[in-house]
Write a protein that binds this ligand. Structure first.
Ligand SMILES: Nc1ncnc2c1ncn2[C@@H]1O[C@H](COP(=O)(O)OP(=O)(O)OP(=O)(O)O)[C@@H](O)[C@H]1O
Ligand SMILES: [Mg+2]
Length: 257
């Protein structure tokens, strides 16, 4: 049996299986060991928060999960496929079909409406224009922005911009959402609102991996991994998981219409 086959057999319900994943950046004079043997399985439908000090390897690991980067050693199976053996074109296809990304800086196109921003990933998928627009509209509806489709990013609040980015990440109906500090630029109420959305999406079956520096935010997930020096030092289920919707009701309201 191949190593990859053995890994899938060991974790039948897993959509993400990393085995002894290492990443070394070779800078000529020095080598940076960003990941030093990370092994973890993430089940379909899980909601995992990744915490850890700056430089501990969280983004490096997310980039590998998102097939934006390759490990130096180890295996990574996405839905049972060993992506480390695939070519660029196949990886791009898998990324577009299975994965959605959200980043701290929203990364929206400035002179482009919310709808057009969300539409963008459908242009690289086998989807007709009218179907793409329909999907982009329903994606914006899902994140609560049905009434903001023609606004430009500069006409939206930070939280609304992040919602547009989430709608864009969801437009090709991925099974996994990868979010690297999505609330890093948002105030605390808006951060909890984003977590409310993540909990709703997770309840519908979306697998979520979220990097955060904030312990309060990590508690909205189902499981928390803590990275230190390129390794997983802790892996614990969240014992008492708050519902973001209830937390919001207890916070002072703000008017943002
Ligand atoms: N492209 C790169 N070339 C060289 N070194 C890198 C590169 N990307 C990251 N590193 C190094 O790898 C280590 C892990 O970086 P990474 O970005 O994964 O940390 P992080 O946990 O996401 O930190 P933060 O919380 O600050 O975002 C750091 O020491 C960093 O300097
Ligand atoms: Mg990072």
């Amino acid at each position: 049996m191949t190593e990859a086959a053995a890994a899938t057999e060991a974790d039948p319900g897993a959509v993400i299986v990393a085995r002894e994943v290492s990443k070394t950046y070779d800078l000529g004079e020095t080598k940076v060991h960003a990941l030093r043997g990370v092994s973890v399985s993430i089940a379909a439908g899980d909601f995992v928060a990744i915490m850890g000090a700056s430089g501990s390897g969280k983004s490096t690991f997310m980039n590998i999960l998102g097939c934006l980067d390759r490990p130096t050693a180890g295996t990574y199976l996405l839905d049972g496929i060993d992506v480390t053996t695939l070519g660029k074109r196949q990886i791009a296809g898998i990324r577009n079909q299975k994965l959605g990304f959200v980043f701290q800086g929203f990364n929206l196109l400035a002179r482009t409406s919310a709808l057009e921003n969300v539409l963008l990933p459908t242009l690289y998928a086998p989807v007709e224009k009218t179907e793409g627009i329909r999907r982009a509209q329903s994606s914006l509806e899902l994140v609560g922005l049905a009434d903001r489709t023609h606004h430009f990013p500069s006409q939206l609040s930070g939280g609304q911009q992040q919602r547009v980015a989430i709608a864009r990440a969801l437009v090709n109906l991925p099974s996994i959402l990868l979010a690297d500090e999505p609330t890093g630029n948002l105030d605390s109420r808006t951060s909890v609102e984003i977590m409310e959305l993540f909990q709703v999406l997770n309840d519908k079956g979306l697998t979520i991996v979220l990097v955060t520096h904030e312990p309060d935010i990590s508690q909205f997930a189902r499981r928390v991994l803590v990275f230190r020096d390129g390794k997983i030092r802790k892996d614990d289920p969240v014992q008492v998981r708050p519902r973001a919707r209830e937390v919001l009701q207890a916070l002072p309201a703000v008017d943002d219409d």
